[in-house]
Write a protein that binds this ligand. Structure first.
Ligand SMILES: Cc1ncc(COP(=O)(O)O)c(C=O)c1O
Length: 392
């Protein structure tokens, strides 16, 4: 059975070109970039090239890129780094209720240390209202952290407007662009961001490697101490092969971004239209126009999504109920409930996330499978859903 992968917001397959570029750095070119000899200098040159490739994708300076151990670390470094670099304890952060847990749990850990955090609500499509951002600003507001694109529903936030508000009030602005980098053009200067997080495995690079854009002159306390790597922003011998992979993935994304995003968008819209035609009582979550081109989050009323996922998986189709980190959890998605869905409605939502490798034939196969699977699920679901134990 040929399997169909429609869970690209969880992770993507490493592009063959990216893997090929990485392999020599595991053996052959294996030096430590901090060593002065030629082995070290070869590795250092690879780091420099990757930094340029990532900087080019974001249209920033190479020395504004800090390599990290992935998106979660980038978010932690951005938020904790700013909070810990600023004097005193009387500090306030503004974020939204639908951020990834990499941001939410970082903020929650800071709350335990006495930092004040406002979690802004979103509308039914998952967008933060910039007026709410303005209203939430206090005398001690130090930073605003709002994601560019939501991982579960794909909704894009009005980061340009929020960036203007942050700038006008001299507040740091961090954007978690982990789902949008590689899918859309992301330029930190466009939304006046001081910090932008990205992660290679979301755009056909390897896992466990990411970067944080840190605007020149930003005071950031490192989280990891040791040597003077990454211009003293992140200590530890650099993961050269992974960094090389990140750089090539960034270069490839830049080359392909316009054409591939358009064709993915076209396929996604076609898929959604067919699904809405074929299956009654079906609703798309998230705003229509300002949404990632590859993401669709759909609610099939009275059909329990976990059951659908299992049956689709048995038929060779991989999709998800939300973020990878919360799949398997019996709590309803914090994103969907923030949109106003009741917990039992949140349990009826499936996420399909496409990539440049997704074909119309694959989506046609899913369209063949889903109507009868939804029907079957609807016959057995309603009581099941309502008897779910909820953990608060
Ligand atoms: C919006 C967002 N932020 C942060 C992360 C965490 O990134 P990583 O998996 O690289 O740690 C993810 C991953 O799903 C994400 O989608």
């Amino acid at each position: 059975m040929r399997r169909i992968y429609l869970d690209n917001n969880a992770t993507t397959e490493v592009s063959p070109e990216v893997l090929k570029a990485m392999l020599p750095y595991y053996n052959g070119v294996f030096g430590n970039p901090s060593s002065v000899h030629s082995f070290g200098q070869e590795a250092k040159a690879a780091l420099d090239l990757s930094r340029q490739q990532v900087a080019k994708l974001l249209e920033v300076e190479p020395n504004e890129i800090v390599f990290t151990g992935g998106g979660t670390e980038s978010d932690n470094l951005a938020i904790r780094g700013i909070v810990e670099a600023s004097p005193g304890t009387d500090k306030h952060i503004i974020t939204s209720q639908i951020e990834h847990h990499a941001v939410l749990h970082t903020c929650q850990s800071l709350e335990k240390m006495g930092i004040d955090v406002s979690y802004l609500p979103v509308n039914r499509s998952g967008q933060v209202d910039p007026n709410d951002v303005s209203k939430a600003i206090k005398k001690n507001t130090l930073m605003i952290s709002i994601m560019h694109a939501n991982n579960e529903i794909g909704t894009l936030q009005p980061v340009k407007e929020i960036g203007k508000i942050a700038r006008a009030n001299e507040i740091y602005f961090h954007v978690d662009a982990i789902q949008s980098v590689g899918k859309l053009t992301v330029t930190p200067s466009d939304f006046e961001a001081d910090l932008v997080s990205l992660s290679a495995h979301k755009f056909h690079g390897p896992k466990g490697i990411g970067a944080l854009y840190v605007k020149k002159g930003t005071r950031l306390r490192p989280m990891i101490f040791g040597g003077s790597h990454e211009r003293n922003r992140r200590a530890g011998t650099e993961n050269v092969p992974q960094i090389v992979g990140l750089g090539y993935a960034a270069e490839l994304a830049l080359k392909e971004i316009n054409t591939k995003s358009q064709s993915i968008l076209y396929l996604r819209n076609w898929f959604e239209d067919r699904l809405l035609e074929l299956i009654s009582e079906t609703e798309i979550n998230g705003v229509n126009l300002q949404r990632l081109p590859n993401t669709t989050n759909i609610r099939f009323s009275n059909a329990e999504a976990e059951g659908l996922i299992i049956n689709l998986d048995l038929a060779g189709v991989a999709c998800s109920t939300g973020s990878a980190c919360t799949s398997g959890s019996i709590e309803p998605s914090h994103v969907l409930t923030a949109l106003g869905l009741a917990p039992e409605e949140a349990f009826e939502c499936l996420r399909f996330s496409l990539s440049k490798a997704t074909t119309r034939e694959e989506l046609t196969r899913v369209l063949e499978l889903l109507p009868s699977l939804v029907d079957r699920q609807r016959e057995i679901s309603p009581l099941g859903i309502r008897s779910y134990p909820l953990i608060s």
